[in-house]
Design a protein around this ligand. Structure first.
Ligand code: SF4
Length: 339
């Protein structure tokens, strides 16, 4: 028999409770029959599903119901930003440059810490099943690896792939490796910070600008889609218009221009501060494990887990943490309203 009194009691109590707050309801009132208590619990659960309220917890003799449902932080994200839509892989950490704002402290002396062809291949294969739509390879400088063309092929044969590079090593064997890459499925993203050599070289080293521009021109001539990514210190903000015009002259399409500020990560002495609560995650894999975001792939506070595989579990872990952080932030807002 349906316990109408129980539901009426719940409706009355929720009506006097602010949205988002819980009420505890006695489901064992007037009975010691375990089957009846279970039936009452099932009844409340069914009513919550039908009425847009949330059954938060089932206790031995009571249930806790939230007035309304907590919004799903993942559902509020733009689908393109859903963690796991893009998968970042750090192929290696050593680099021919040692830029003074490198977010992962790369340099010629940095230990390689290569992800390796086998793991990249397995990640790319699992990414397809896990719903990843784009693979992004970064470093360090990926063209230092003797098998970078193999790594890229593992990725681009499965999903659209972007390869980040400083564009300075397209010569000899490395140029041949570039030429073996799939022009239809691969985008090259080359770093360039300014329309003239001085600002770029001030952070990246002598003649870095000249060689990066030559790399961009070569990649375009070879028929690759090329994105340009600039890291712009605050004092260079006034140069953006001239820089954008320069990129247009180089032949870089508007949607292929990425301009970002310096992050206070790695060897950067200043820049934007990030925490897991303030940064929408982008699942990032390195030889050391899974990280919250590629901009913080050596920041212990943004380390997610040691186990890379199965990739689907790593993505689920990042999503679950994101949901938890956002819910905690919402609760904090409830406890400390600002107006
Ligand atoms: S910012 Fe890029 S090019 Fe510069 S040291 Fe770091 S990985 Fe190398």
């Amino acid at each position: 028999m349906v316990n109408h009194a129980l539901i009426l009691d719940l409706v009355e109590r929720l009506a006097g409770t602010p949205v988002g707050q819980p009420v505890e309801l006695d489901v064992a009132a007037g009975t010691s029959d375990a089957d009846e208590v279970a039936a009452n619990t099932d009844l409340v659960a069914a009513w919550c599903r039908a009425s847009g309220n949330e059954l938060m917890e089932v206790r031995p003799a009571s249930v806790v119901v939230r007035h309304g449902r907590r919004r799903d932080p993942l559902a509020s994200l733009d689908p393109e930003l859903l963690p796991g839509t893009r998968l970042w892989m750090y192929t290696n950490f050593d680099c021919n440059l040692h830029c003074d704002y490198c977010c992962v402290a790369s340099s010629p002396q940095t230990e390689r810490r290569a992800l390796g062809a086998d793991r990249v291949d397995r990640l790319a294969a699992e990414a397809v099943d896990a719903g990843v739509r784009e693979l992004i390879l970064t470093g360090g400088e990926p063209f230092l690896l003797p098998d970078i063309d193999v790594l890229v092929a593992s990725c681009s044969e499965r999903l659209p792939t972007t390869l980040l590079t400083n564009g300075m090593l397209f010569r000899g064997e490395r140029l041949e490796r570039l030429r073996r890459m799939d022009r239809d499925r691969l985008t090259l993203q080359i770093s360039l910070d300014s329309a003239t050599p001085e600002p770029h070289d001030a952070h990246r080293g002598p003649r870095a600008w000249e060689r990066a521009v030559a790399g961009i021109r070569l990649a375009l001539d070879e028929g690759f889609d090329v994105k340009v990514a600039a890291t712009l210190p605050a004092e260079q903000a006034h140069e953006i218009d001239g820089f954008v015009e320069f990129l247009g002259d180089l032949g870089i399409r508007p949607e292929h221009r990425v301009i970002r500020a310096i992050a206070h990560q790695g060897v950067a002495e200043e820049g934007i501060e990030f925490t897991a609560a303030s940064l929408v995650p982008e699942v990032t894999v390195t030889a050391d494990g899974v990280w919250w975001h590629p901009v913080a792939a050596i920041d212990d506070s943004l380390f997610v887990r040691r186990e890379i595989f199965p990739l689907a579990d790593a993505i689920a872990d990042v999503r679950e943490r994101f949901t938890r952080y956002r819910e905690a932030a919402d609760q904090a807002a409830e406890w400390f309203p600002c107006s």
